[in-house]
Design a protein around this ligand. Structure first.
Ligand SMILES: [Zn+2]
Length: 456
């Protein structure tokens, strides 16, 4: 905790977690202020902060809510000078194209992505936030709410994207705060047809609704990314210690996890169809960042995730930040689930992150009719990485996930994916360097791998 406070204090003095990006932007006059309110009123209700922090006067606004009429656009001195020096028909060097929009360097832009038509035949658009740094560098993508009920990641994307200064950023950060807008509106993990979008990547343009949405996201946005962080929470009334899920057989992915500072890392290949796995298979180093539980906005969990993302930005030199000596190293885990053997009312007796020993009581399950009580015990020494919130459970319910510390990431890789050679983030990233037997983990064993509670 002390280290975190020190880090944040130093970062405050520089650029990382300035709590008032709006005022900073106004002082520095580096932005064209946003001319429209963020699209999701829910986000503003949670923390009505820097709606004016970033902007681009030329950003399209096809989905601007009528009740939030755009303010007159203002153009900053910096932007005007840059524009004047460039011929009208030639994009400024460093200009990138995202979703068919040209985004000059040193600007922040809000775009819209139209993944599909809803059943009524009306196109729905989802906001995409892009910060194109003044200096060239890698493209980091942040995706959230692929499961529409997972809210913490939405807030993480907002905090990160609105705190970044495009003048100081090296590279590009693309944030998709609410991938599954239809699920988000209904407070549901799923798409309206009950499909789990995170089982359909990289998608299919001729497939199901889910496959088409997945295809659109993957091809229009994800393929532009050099690094991907997909934000999730626990599912179905479970909560997760902030942690990374990553296919550690890839050296590039291992290095990506090390950019997050001391965050817990759990090795898993990822279930087929997950965005993380599809991106990794396509040569884009990707991790899932899990934090907290669905249907809630948890400030401390959000802050931990945001800290990790800013640490990653610093470690990839996309932002400048003083790295404290003794920056914490990630801790690698494999894990095992403790499941309920009886139905009844579950009460947890441990906390997330708590160290437990074999035989420790993790929780009680009490039959509400007979009053018979059964205890759940830890079967291994480790930390509680995930756990169910108090609820009524059935036999077989995965209640506690115990992380067992390992010496380090697995060093034997099994895959040799040709596409890895296409990725050139920086000199540290290279194709998998070795081969060997696959790493078995709890997540990869048979039916459990398809169990949503064990994947993301
Ligand atoms: Zn999820």
């Amino acid at each position: 905790m002390l280290t975190r406070l020190l880090t944040c204090a130093l970062v405050l003095a520089l650029a990382g977690c300035d709590p008032s990006p709006a005022s900073r932007a106004l002082q520095e006059r580096q932005f064209v202020p946003l001319t429209e309110a963020p699209p999701a009123d829910e986000l503003q209700a949670v923390e009505p902060a820097p709606a004016n922090a970033t902007a681009d006067a030329e950003a399209p606004a096809p989905d601007a809510a009528p009740e939030n009429p755009p303010a007159p656009p203002q153009v900053s001195d910096t932007a005007t000078a840059d524009t004047d020096s460039i011929a009208a028909d030639e994009p400024e060097p460093g200009t990138i194209t995202v979703l068919n929009r040209e985004i000059p360097p040193g600007t922040s832009t809000r775009l819209t992505w139209s993944p599909s038509e809803v059943f009524e035949g009306i196109s729905t658009t989802t906001p995409v936030l892009v910060v194109n740094g003044r200096q060239p560098g890698p493209t980091l993508c942040l995706t959230a709410a692929i499961h529409g009920d997972e809210l913490n990641g939405i807030e993480m994307v907002r905090r990160v994207l609105h705190e970044l200064s495009p003048e100081k950023l090296r590279g590009v950060v693309i944030g998709v705060p609410i991938v599954n807008l239809q699920g988000f509106r209904r407070g549901s993990r799923y798409l309206p047809d009950r499909r789990d979008l995170n089982r359909y990547f990289p998608g299919n343009p001729d497939g199901s609704s889910a496959a088409r949405i997945a295809y659109s996201l993957f091809n229009e946005i994800i393929r532009q990314c050099d690094l991907l962080v997909d934000l999730h929470t626990g599912s179905f009334y479970r909560t997760n210690l902030p942690q990374l899920r990553a296919d550690l057989r890839y050296r590039q992915v291992r290095e990506l996890t090390q950019g997050f500072g001391g965050m817990v890392v759990l090795h898993s290949e990822g279930a087929p169809g997950t965005l993380r796995r599809a991106a990794t298979d396509a040569g884009i180093p990707a991790v899932t960042l899990e934090a907290g539980e669905p249907l809630r906005l948890q400030s401390s969990k959000v802050s931990e995730g945001v800290d990790g993302i800013f640490s990653l930005l610093a470690s990839t030199s996309m932002i400048r930040r003083v790295q404290l000596l003794g920056q914490p190293e990630p801790v690698f885990y494999e894990s095992t689930w403790i499941r309920a053997d009886h139905g009844g009312v579950l009460f947890g007796l441990v906390r997330l992150g708590q160290l437990v020993e074999p035989g420790d009581v993790l929780g009680t399950i009490t039959d509400p009719i007979t009053n018979e009580q059964n205890l759940l015990y830890a079967t291994a020494r480790g930390r509680v990485l995930g756990m169910a919130v108090n609820q009524v459970v059935m036999p077989g319910f995965a209640a506690f996930r115990i992380g067992i510390e390992t010496d380090g990431p697995p060093t034997n890789s099994v895959l040799a994916v040709a596409e890895w050679g296409q990725t050139d983030i920086n000199s540290n990233f290279a194709p998998p360097d070795d081969s060997g037997a696959g790493q078995e983990s709890e997540e990869s064993d048979g039916a459990a791998a398809l169990d949503p509670e064990e994947t993301s």
